[in-house]
Write a protein that binds this ligand. Sequence first.
Ligand SMILES: [Cu+2]
Length: 572
Amino acid sequence: MLNRRNVKAVLRVTADTPRCGRNLVMKCYCTRKASLFIAIVATGVLRAAAPTETSSESETVKIFARESPITVRGKTVKVTAITQSNGEHGYSPEKTTGFHVEVVNQLPIPTSIHWHGLILPNLMDGVPFVTQDPIPPGASRRYDFPLKQSGSYWMHSHYGLQEQQLLSAPMVIRSAGHAKVTDVEFTVMLSDFSFTSPQDILKGLIGKAQRMKGMQQEKEMPESKPMSMSEQKESLVVQKWDAASNRLVAQEVQATPPDVDVKYDALLANRRTIDNPQVFEVKPGQRVLLRLMGAASATNFFIDTGKLDATIIATDGEDVEPLKGNFFQLSTAQRLDLLVTIPQTGGVFPVLALGEGSALQTGVLLATPGTKIPKQTLAIRAQQKMGGLDNTQERRLAAKNSLPERPVQRSLPSVLGGSMTTCIWTINGASYPNQNSLNVKAGERVELVISNTTGMSHPMHLHGHVFEVTEIDGQKITGAKRDTILVPPKSTIKVIFDANDPGVWAYHCHILYHLATGMFTVLKYENADIKFWKPEKTATELENPLKLTNATAFWREMTAGLFTSGEPVISR
Ligand SMILES: [Cu+2]
């Protein structure tokens, strides 16, 4: 619901220390003839308004988008993070207190943080050039709204390619319900990492597409067989439903490997590599809730709980009927809540995340006190190549509280098109940016028919709504409730939702490079406020990634001697 307080909060984009910071930053930098920079900062300053009439000023948590190092294969590299001032990643509010955050942009470039999976007022959604303007370097912005959900959610930058630089964090909304079924809970956020910059990854994909196209034109390659799509069968690990034991398990098959966009250097669990895993202490007999979050930019995962029997109890924050197994699927942007019970005998229990179409692994350890943790203990399975995600698990999932029965009043097609050989990805034939939108009226029961005509799978995410999966390749189900659905190659999946949150909402593939090259559109309510929807600006930011590099160099020059990493820039 968009109330007066929220509208005011939207307009309040302020410097970090509103009383003196704004003046200070202008004084520091105006003298340097930095017209571009002034333009950027001015956006933040001009939008500044009087403090909002909020009753929860004391509950507000500042979260900082900032540079932060990680270590991969012995190399320390500078990436980014979303942390509170105490170093905690992300934000985990109580449902009853609501969402009260001030995002402080300590990066030398603009940013915008999206609250993935939340039902929230449209202008709080954090998507640049759809629901707000970006937050300039050094500025901050408040987000306040009541919470309607609880469970596993996450946050990430929706600006340019920042998600690949790990500008993401967990967001667990606490409620009394989950505490009842578990003794202890751990969040495991999964990411993918490359030593290559995201801009160069994107350039590489576009370059590769151009080369592939060129080679096809010169007929050096067999027609309609791009070089990425090997017909060669390999030994791959995939998921299967074991009817005898009613469980989801792993199986090895001879199959064609799935196409993946990016060859990564590592997969990360809570920003750590497999050679340096996080160890969670558990006790024999404890019931443990694992909140797994697919925060990778372009990697879908299989989750292997090995000796631990696990039960899926929620997907994308929504409760599902229990589904057992030890080998699960988790696409980019989805969340999976797994319940495991630690055996009375105790020991070390690795929980692995395995990258689709690769042999890369990451994971965490659950260990009982006094257990020796041998080196390489995570390698519970040989480094085998994983196959592709499919509908095996999705067909078995069922929401605990499905949507009330109602006739569908509007059915919207969402045809996913494009290919690696063009590196242009489309929804309903159009590549974003464009003015096309999926149009609904408030109050309608809407069905989205997502048909994937491409050879790659696409995790499709709808902002601001929770949908229910109702049909997979012609088979009707009362499926899981989700905010992100993986649509495998050549599959058609139908989902339904009630359109009761007016606005203009992003709807897109969550593979960052598909999003960046066009697989994006908006769900637009009739008479929605579209003042922030500026598709043409999105194009500028995405098509000219060098602009970001220049901005970084520019910032460094302008702030030489002033900028200390980790300190709020404006308060200096
Ligand atoms: Cu995609």
